[in-house]
Design a protein around this ligand. Structure first.
Ligand SMILES: Cc1cc2nc3c(=O)[nH]c(=O)nc-3n(C[C@H](O)[C@H](O)[C@H](O)COP(=O)(O)OP(=O)(O)OC[C@H]3O[C@@H](n4cnc5c(N)ncnc54)[C@H](O)[C@@H]3O)c2cc1C
Ligand SMILES: NC(=O)c1ccc[n+]([C@@H]2O[C@H](COP(=O)([O-])OP(=O)(O)OC[C@H]3O[C@@H](n4cnc5c(N)ncnc54)[C@H](OP(=O)(O)O)[C@@H]3O)[C@@H](O)[C@H]2O)c1
Length: 538
């Protein structure tokens, strides 16, 4: 529909607006699409509302060097990412090797971690938690291309991490503060297949401050039963001195007992002989002689080479340091004061007869007690925050633990009396068991803070029904919100959900915004660049 009142497009994107000619042309085309092709018939005022208040230069924007980094898409297997990055500068190929886009757990974003390795200001090649051993191996190979043998960092393997005086206490993984564990409350009802906890810490004595959208980093400790089993398998005394500490203590809080690192197999290749030596050598180079490599955590590796007794000090040296884990903050300091809360899914799975435990999630789910103090830090969000203008509507998509930051956002918008509308898509397995924060969201709906709550239960019916299916059902309404300038947020599983949600959004833009698929892809890419599509995925 055309309106005679509509001003020429040039007046919507003025010459002096802070865009390049190319951007202005693109935006003019973009508005032309909105004004001419869209059945929702936006007024010029609606269209103009798409411009102000957006966080231009948000961290989603890149410097052009990375071209949106398709070769760094975590949903692609590592060999495919490396193929896509082929021919690029070494730093970019190092970035492609990293397991997930800017998860922040290594203390850098991927670009900076790659740069730091390349410029040799960071010698630890094993910091990428999502990428694990595959990433460490690839980084080692790429590092070799700059002509030096890498030293795999061991800084925190024996003692607590060295404080980095450059950052205030509690603001980085290098300089954690102490927080007091307060409580955990199960969010699923009995009968659920999931184990998810609402976890609270008190930050009063830590001096730490946080904002909604930030993540909370914490240093877990290993399961004491696993440490005992390992001491037994090693046939080593618990009080064996390692760098002034007892072996048991170092195994508890100094080293990762998850996937056995290549260095451990290398150690076994030195201290064993014959067929076992060959196997250890093969495992150290990423081969899989017995088809069990993927199942070998440190204990399983020690058991595989049972009877061999490596020197405890050399054994510890061969392991990776125990790294902190990040969790999205699910509280708002404006409502919850010095308390910070997290929404944590406990990782437990069986391999053969032994149950394997996710170190940090099960630490929070069971191994700490109220009053315990643990080392924590706040990882400031560069890319995930509420719009500066409180009147801007927001659409939040967060199945499972992905709901965490949105609980925080909603409390924040409630506390600040933000006039903008709020729409939440939440989903999980079964409504009767896995509806996290149901009462709170009902209260927020009644109070008018939560404008729309859309739910998707994946296992209540024979067919899977996910948040993106619910989005499609209300696609026209979503498009209207987008056209009104809404910011879109996605949080939760990075491997599948986030990608599927983005595809669905593209479909919605194409269908209701009357665009071709290519135009819809460009539209969503532009939303990202302008900080209007933000993700916190893991
Ligand atoms: C920015 C950010 C925010 C996050 N927010 C949250 C949050 O709000 N809530 C939350 O719960 N988590 C969140 N995470 C994830 C969290 O940091 C941890 O990765 C997660 O809790 C698992 O860590 P863990 O130490 O318990 O497990 P780990 O000891 O790291 O073990 C996990 C590993 O175990 C293996 N594994 C897991 N399940 C299986 C299986 N079934 N079969 C075989 N192998 C398996 C996989 O290799 C997996 O990588 C976030 C991550 C990031 C980066
Ligand atoms: N490695 C894996 O295979 C795997 C799988 C799931 C989660 N995770 C990780 O486990 C952690 C916690 O998960 P969580 O407790 O937050 O919940 P979750 O396991 O991510 O599940 C939350 C909801 O999302 C659904 N879901 C599954 N695939 C989806 C998709 N492609 N699109 C949209 N929704 C989808 C789930 O349905 P169904 O469960 O019925 O499919 C469930 O209803 C996260 O770190 C996540 O990344 C890993």
């Amino acid at each position: 529909m055309n309106s005679p009142m509509r001003p020429p497009l040039a007046s919507i994107v003025p010459e002096n607006a802070p865009f390049t000619t190319e951007q202005r042309l693109w935006l003019n085309g973009f508005f032309a699409g909105l004004l001419e092709g869209d059945a929702t018939a936006l007024s010029p005022q609606d269209a103009a509302a798409l411009l102000p208040g957006v966080q231009i230069g948000g961290a989603e924007a890149d410097d052009g060097a990375n071209d949106g980094a398709p070769w760094h898409d975590q949903t692609l297997p590592l060999p495919d990412r490396m193929k896509l990055a082929d021919g690029r500068p070494l730093q970019r190929r190092m970035m492609a090797a990293m397991g997930q886009q800017d998860c922040g757990q290594c203390g850098y974003n991927c670009n900076d971690y790659a740069d730091a390795i390349f410029h040799k200001s960071e010698e630890r090649l094993n910091l990428c938690i999502p990428g694990g051993k595959d990433t460490a191996r690839m980084l080692k190979a790429l590092y070799a291309e700059i002509g030096a043998a890498p030293a795999v960092g061991k800084a925190s393997a024996v003692a607590a991490p060295v404080a980095s005086p450059a950052t205030p206490v509690g603001t980085s993984r290098g300089n954690p503060a102490l927080a007091t564990f307060v409580s955990r409350t199960r969010l699923n009802k009995p009968g659920s297949h999931k184990e998810t906890w609402h976890v609270e810490f008190d930050l009063a004595e830590s001096g730490i401050e946080y904002a909604v959208g930030d993540s909370f980093g914490l240093y877990p400790t290993n399961d004491p039963a696993l440490v005992d089993a390992l001491l037994k398998a090693l046939d080593a005394p618990a009080d064996f001195p390692i760098g002034g500490r007892a072996l048991r203590d170092v195994l508890t809080d100094g080293v990762s007992l998850a996937p056995a690192p290549d260095m451990l197999f290398q150690l076994y290749s030195y201290v064993t002989g014959g067929e076992r030596r060959k196997k250890a050598k093969a495992l150290a180079t990423g081969e899989d002689p017995d088809g069990d490599a993927a199942t070998l955590d440190v204990l399983a590796a020690v058991e595989k080479f049972s009877g061999v007794r490596p020197d405890p000090e050399a054994f510890i040296e061969s392991l990776d340091p125990l790294q902190p884990r990040l969790f999205s903050i699910s509280s708002s300091p404006k409502v919850h004061g010095s308390r910070v809360s997290l929404t944590v899914d406990a990782v437990r799975y069986d391999v053969g007869k032994r149950q394997r435990l996710g170190v940090a999630s099960t630490f929070l789910a069971g191994r700490i007690a109220p009053g315990d103090k643990i080392r924590v830090y706040v990882q400031k969000s560069q890319t995930f925050s509420l719009p500066i203008d409180p009147a801007i509507p927001i659409i939040m998509i967060g199945p499972g633990t992905g709901v965490a930051p949105f609980r925080a956002f909603l409390y924040e918008r409630m506390a600040t009396k933000a006039p903008g509308k709020n729409c939440l898509f939440f989903g999980h397995q079964r409504r009767d068991y896995d509806f996290f924060y149901e009462d709170e969201f009902a209260g927020m709906k009644a109070a008018g803070v939560l404008t729309q709550l859309y739910l998707a239960w994946s296992r209540d019916d024979a067919q899977k029904f996910y948040v993106q299916d619910r989005m499609l059902q209300v696609g026209r309404e979503l498009w209207t919100w987008i056209a009104e300038g809404a910011h879109i947020y996605v949080c939760g599983d990075a491997q599948r959900m986030a990608k599927d949600v983005e595809r669905t959004l593209i479909d919605i833009v194409a269908q209701h915004g009357a665009r071709s698929t290519n135009e819809a892809v460009a539209f969503v890419a532009e939303l990202k660049k302008r900080g209007r599509y933000q993700t916190d995925v893991y």
